[in-house]
Ligand binder design. Structure first.
Ligand code: ZN
Length: 333
């Protein structure tokens, strides 16, 4: 997924209007909130959500959220029908999309799945990953490996800051198809109407790791580490990949951009989004992976589902439903 820039401008304009009106609405602060600023009382605390998978700890790290104008972005269904589906899910257009990265702590290695948008969506949109990572108790220098589900700005943007590698000790693992497509000099002007920005941003974010000899590409199912397997799932992008993590009979699969909008694409897997490089392949991949995950009762994690985006996919009479995991907050014995 990539953020729709026209929308960014209009949302920023609306946000500016609201913030201009704020002082009037908040003058009468209660004594209980004295000493804290309005900004503090409105900000979400950086998102950290832990989930245990066998011997491994998985931590969902919020990079923030961005609004998505689904009338513009979705393909294969009318805006009226999309509005009906959103209404059914107690939502309305535009819909907020989470951007989530996941940290796998195996006890031996620290492995990050995707890196959020970094600074590439501009102030206020994404870029919260490092704050979440630190709050979770880790530093970027400690990350050993990064598993990119694919090379799109909101997954690879956090790899760099002002041209420098944010994770200096990490090797980036990514599907060969994405390296060949997005970093190919011949594609830098855009391909078949697919915006050249995707390619420019890929060079900016993954390029420094290529230069440093810190990229490992895979083109078939590959065990990267004990219990962690890369699985090519092309469609959304040519080198899009899942990562399946197994420990002590439990598993979780990181499913990347197989889904962008839960309220619409679980009930109707044929609905695609303009970010898909090959929309019909993306829809076919979604249908077959949802069917497999539902029949296996597989635990999955997806970056754009509402944070933390960890749960199961249930087959319904028609289509599917996403069922988030339960919440736990207690000391393990
Ligand atoms: Zn994407």
């Amino acid at each position: 997924m990539r953020f729709h820039r026209l929308l960014l401008d209009s949302v920023a304009a609306v946000a500016a209007l609201f913030s201009a009106a704020l002082p009037l609405a908040t003058e009468a602060a209660s004594p209980a909130t004295a000493g804290t600023s309005v900004a503090q009382r409105r900000a979400q605390v950086p998102g950290v959500y832990r989930y245990r998978v066998g011997d491994f700890q998985v931590t969902a790290l919020s990079d923030g959220t961005v609004p998505q104008d689904l009338h513009v972005l979705l393909q294969g269904e009318s805006p009226a029908e999309i509005d009906k589906m959103l209404h059914h899910a107690f939502l309305s257009n535009p819909v907020e999309a989470s951007i989530t990265a996941f940290l796998i702590d195996t006890g031996r290695r620290l492995i990050l799945v995707d890196t959020g948008a970094g600074g590439l969506f501009g102030p206020g949109y994404g870029g919260k990953l490092l704050g979440s990572l630190k709050l979770a108790g880790y530093e970027p220098e400690q990350i050993d490996d990064i598993l990119l589900t694919h090379i799109h700005t909101d997954h690879s943007g956090g790899l760099v800051s002002e041209g420098n590698r944010v994770f200096p000790n990490a090797t980036v693992h990514v599907g060969r198809g994405d390296l060949d497509f997005f970093l190919n000099p011949a594609n830098q002007g855009g391909v078949n109407g697919y915006d050249k920005k995707y390619f420019e941003e890929a060079v900016k974010t993954v390029g420094p790791y290529v230069k440093a000899g810190k990229v490992h590409a895979f083109s078939r199912e590959t065990w990267l580490f004990p219990g962690i397997k890369a699985i090519p799932t092309p469609g959304h992008t040519p080198g899009h990949g899942f990562y399946r993590v197994e420990s002590r009979g439990e598993s979780i699969t990181f499913i990347g951009d197989i889904v962008h909008v839960a309220a619409v694409q679980f009930p109707k897997t044929a609905i695609t989004i303009v970010y898909d490089v090959r929309p019909s392949d993306a829809a076919a991949q979604r249908e077959s992976q949802f069917a497999a995950a539902a029949s296996d009762r597989a635990l999955v994690a997806a970056p754009h589902l509402p944070y933390p985006g960890i749960g199961h996919i249930r087959a319904e009479e028609r289509g599917y439903t996403f069922v988030p995991v339960d919440y736990r907050d207690r000391h393990e014995p």
